[in-house]
Design a protein around this ligand. Structure first.
Ligand code: AMP
Length: 276
C-alpha cells in the first residue's frame, strides 16, 4: 500500500498513472469492520482504492471529543494492508487547512435537524473536509456508511449542488454480534456502558418489527421511553423520519428511517434502521 501525506503526492501519482475508476473511502481512522466493509465494497467497484484517515478538527463541536478521538495509526495501516487497500492518504491538519479559512455551504434545514441540532456546525465541517478531499483525490465513486445516514444526505446535497463528478454509494451498517453498531468511539464504553448501549439497536429493531405508519407518534414516544428507562443512557433524540427529508415521517413518506442518538456514560452514540 502506498502512503501519501501531501496533496501533491496524490496528484503526482494519478497524473503519472491514470486510473479508470478511483474508489474513495474517507475515514477518521481507528478502523473497525464497518470501515473495512466499505473498503471491500470499494475494491469490488473500483480499479484503485484510496482510503483517507484524517481526524477533521472542523467537524468537532466538542474540543474534548476531538482530543480523545482514538488515533491508532500503526494498527490502521496494518488493517488496510490486510484488505489490500491501494493508497492511504493521511495528511496533517496543516496540509488540509490554511489559517482562518472560511467555508459555508447552504444545505437547508438538514443542517439544523437531528445531529445538526445537537452538534451545531458539525455538517459545515463535514462538507468542508469532504469537499477538500474530493478535490484532492478526484474519486469516481465514494463510499459512505448508512451509520451516518444524515451525513450521507448532506454529502449528496453538496455533490448535487456543486455538480461534483462523483457517484456516492451507501453501505449497510456493520454491527457487533449482539447488535451494537460498530463505531470508533465504542472503545470508550466501560463494560457497564457496553451492556446498556444495546438498548439503542434493540429499540430500533423493536420499532421496525412493530412499525405502523398510522402509529408513528405512539411508537416514537414508546421508543424514547424505552431508551430513557435504561440505566446510564441519556437520550438526545429518537426520530421516525422520512428517508428523503428527515422530517417526521408521514403516511405519504416513500421511505422511512428511525434514527437515534444518546449518551451512554460519557460516550455519544448514534444508530439507525431503515424501515420498508
Ligand atoms: P468515521 O471514521 O467514523 O468518520 O467513518 C468513516 C466512514 O465509515 C463513514 O462513511 C461512516 O458512515 C462509515 N462507518 C462508520 N461506522 C460504520 C459501521 N458500523 N458500518 C458501516 N459503515 C460505518
Amino acid at each position: 500500500m502506498k502512503i501519501f501525506t501531501t496533496k501533491k503526492e496524490i496528484s503526482d501519482y494519478f497524473n503519472r498513472k491514470p486510473v479508470k475508476v478511483i474508489g474513495f473511502v474517507p475515514t477518521m481512522g481507528a478502523l473497525h469492520k464497518g470501515h473495512l466493509g466499505l473498503i471491500e465494497l470499494a475494491k469490488q467497484q473500483s480499479t484503485q482504492v484510496v482510503c483517507s484517515i484524517f481526524v477533521n478538527p472542523t467537524q468537532f463541536n466538542d474540543p474534548k471529543d476531538l482530543e480523545k478521538y482514538p488515533r491508532p495509526i500503526t494498527e490502521d495501516i496494518r488493517r488496510l494492508e490486510e484488505v489490500n487497500c491501494d493508497i492511504l492518504f493521511n495528511p496533517q491538519v496543516t496540509e488540509m487547512y490554511a489559517d482562518n479559512e472560511k467555508w459555508h455551504f447552504d444545505m437547508g434545514d438538514l443542517e439544523h435537524l437531528l445531529e445538526g441540532k445537537f452538534r451545531p456546525g458539525h455538517y459545515q465541517g463535514v462538507t468542508q473536509v469532504v469537499n477538500k478531499l474530493f478535490n484532492i483525490v478526484k474519486p469516481d465513486v465514494a463510499f459512505f456508511g448508512q451509520k451516518d445516514y444524515q451525513q450521507f444526505m448532506v454529502i449528496s446535497k453538496m455533490v448535487e449542488a456543486l455538480e461534483m463528478p462523483v457517484k456516492l454509494v451507501m453501505c449497510p451498517i456493520e454491527r457487533e454480534p449482539d447488535g451494537l453498531a460498530m463505531s470508533s468511539r465504542n472503545i470508550h464504553l466501560t463494560p457497564y456502558d457496553r451492556e446498556h448501549s444495546l438498548i439503542l439497536s434493540k429499540t430500533l429493531n423493536w420499532v421496525k418489527e412493530n412499525f405502523d405508519i398510522n402509529q408513528i407518534d405512539t411508537l416514537q414516544q414508546q421508543a424514547a421511553q424505552m431508551i430513557s428507562n435504561e440505566p446510564g443512557v441519556e437520550l438526545e433524540y429518537f426520530e421516525i423520519a422520512d428517508g428523503k427529508t428527515l422530517h417526521p415521517a408521514t403516511p405519504a413518506s416513500e421511505s422511512v428511517v428511525a434514527l437515534v442518538a444518546a449518551r451512554v456514560g460519557k460516550t455519544r452514540l448514534i444508530d439507525n434502521v431503515l424501515i420498508d
